[in-house]
Design a protein around this ligand. Sequence first.
Ligand code: NCD
Ligand code: ZN
Length: 350
Amino acid sequence: MNTIDSLTLTRPDDWHLHLRDGAALSAVVPHTARQFARAIVMPNLKPPVTTAAQAVAYRERILAAVPAGLAFEPLMTLYLTDVLAPDEIVRAKTAGVVAVKLYPAGATTNSDAGVTDVRKTYPTLEAMQRAGLPLLVHGEVTDPAIDLFDREKVFIDTQLIPLRRDFPELKIVFEHITTREAAQYVNEASAFTGATITAHHLLYNRNAIFLAAGGGAALRPHYYCLPVLKREEHRRALVDAATSGSTKFFLGTDSAPHPAQLKEHASGCAGCYTALSAIELYAEAFDAVGALDKLEGFASFHGADFYGLPRNTGRVTLRREPWLVPETLPFGDAQLKPLRGGESMQWRLA
Ligand code: NCD
Ligand code: ZN
């Protein structure tokens, strides 16, 4: 068997990313700009990005943090609330905003201002369908009676299926899918539906949160994100979807930086930081099932095609070359602990 030791791809994009603001933003933007040509930037700041003007100002702050010599284009989003006006959709589209994000209220980090009942947003969703502005969905219900591990599946049945029926031509991205049910739903949906998949959901199952690499008991907060890692059978279904060649699935890291002390905490934050070594993590996941030939479509073509944006023209090269991920990174006054910190990676971006 001959192993591939080097892989050249069209420059990839990250279709789901958290960059935060201020000192945190300055700390993380260089990592993503080195890896990706473009990224869809999530609007869950405090307070959230709810107007076209705020999105334009946030875009300027991001661009100011891009290191000289790197070309990186942030693609901006608005945060859907119960009261986001249809007029704002028109202004957003004109300002170059590329999508609107739906967080069910209380589903995840900084989602307090999220949607309490999706029917309240129907006039806004109509404006989006008309303008061709995609809806990005955090697909989990928030009902405290529903088990955390079932929240994505219940969301499909109770929220997504009715939403899809009421807006058949609204582009919807089911973000960071984590279950076999979600992969199957997207596979069977019309071409107006796509999905992002994170590297960590391709590489890890829920044991990673509760067990050390060697198998011993260890609670590992840096593997805690939302939607939470699921059972192995779900991880396998996600790998199958990502490596299937289906144009409905594309790369979205959901890299979500939090200060280390707020993850290693009695009430720890959800989010894994993967931006530092994102494309290498995906390469490892695809390599593990002999599907490196499918990485370029997933990482560089399918997302751009879904959003109706041009494909990138630059190239990047990955080499099979072990390197050690730093345990900590500077993060304003705090520290950031990247996923895999202190451990070895198999692939390296040249
Ligand atoms: C994200 C964050 O920290 O902003 N956290 C996460 O666990 N993924 C929010 C999100 O995408 O759910
Ligand atoms: Zn996210």
